[in-house]
Design a protein around this ligand. Structure first.
Ligand SMILES: CC(C)(COP(=O)(O)OP(=O)(O)OC[C@H]1O[C@@H](n2cnc3c(N)ncnc32)[C@H](O)[C@@H]1OP(=O)(O)O)[C@@H](O)C(=O)NCCC(=O)NCCS
Length: 189
């Protein structure tokens, strides 16, 4: 299957809702995507298109590093979604690479995310805590808090999510099995 990655357009709205809803299995992520756009928190987005259909989506959002000397604008990648019928064909990898390239062209100093290090460590991301960055919530397991550092000179500090992450309650794990997940991360990373 061939696919192309291009900037998201207004006309993609329904398709982005469908793909992100199907990938995550619920409507919370599509709502988050739209709430961020309405709040003006979005830096950019990309879609993957195959056979005329949108089959993947990634969004970059404006957040901050709360450094001692100043508040620094950074990008946060969220969400990354590939339609379940099209997973395992390189779309997620291409969207992550595309998002990093968008951030680089915008001269963003870093792209942060919370996600599975097994996936993102092979795609340009490293653990952010050992580099001196703080998690926006203790509910994000440390290995899941990752960064693609594009400017080594980025001042260190805590990552602060933009408001929509909080108003939509989409930060970290809020699962009774959190302890088990953290044990799993500790044992495997
Ligand atoms: C994660 C996701 C975007 C990957 O998209 P994709 O188009 O299948 O990605 P690619 O084809 O480029 O890469 C597939 C690889 O990712 C791996 N992978 C998929 N989901 C993964 C996960 N949650 N953790 C670790 N690895 C994962 C696959 O096993 C496969 O590995 P391989 O390349 O060694 O065979 C897609 O599975 C998805 O939309 N998942 C649901 C939403 C989600 O969890 N998004 C990420 C939030 S952080």
């Amino acid at each position: 299957m061939t696919f192309a990655v291009r900037p998201v357009q207004d006309a993609d709205r329904d398709a982005v809702r469908r793909v992100s809803g199907r990938a995550f299995g619920h409507g919370k992520v599509p709502d988050l995507v739209e709430a961020r756009a309405a709040a003006g928190d979005v830096l950019g987005g990309l879609v993957a298109v195959a056979g005329g259909d949108v089959v993947g989506f990634v969004q970059l959002n404006r957040c901050w590093v709360d450094a001692r000397e100043r508040l620094v604008d950074v990008a946060v990648l969220s969400p990354l979604a590939t339609d379940p019928d099209h997973q395992g064909q390189g779309i997620g990898t291409a969207l992550v690479a595309g998002a990093i390239e968008v951030a680089r062209q915008r001269r963003e100093p870093a792209v942060f995310l919370e996600g599975d290090p097994d996936f993102y460590s092979a795609r340009g991301f490293v653990a952010a805590t050992p580099l001196g960055f703080g998690r926006p919530s203790a509910r994000i397991p440390e290995p899941a808090f990752q960064v693609a550092l594009l400017d080594e000179g980025l001042p260190r500090g805590a990552l602060v999510y933009c408001q929509t992450f909080w108003t939509q309650d989409c930060v970290g794990l809020r699962d009774p099995r959190l302890a088990a997940v953290e044990e799993y991360f500790a044992a495997t990373h």
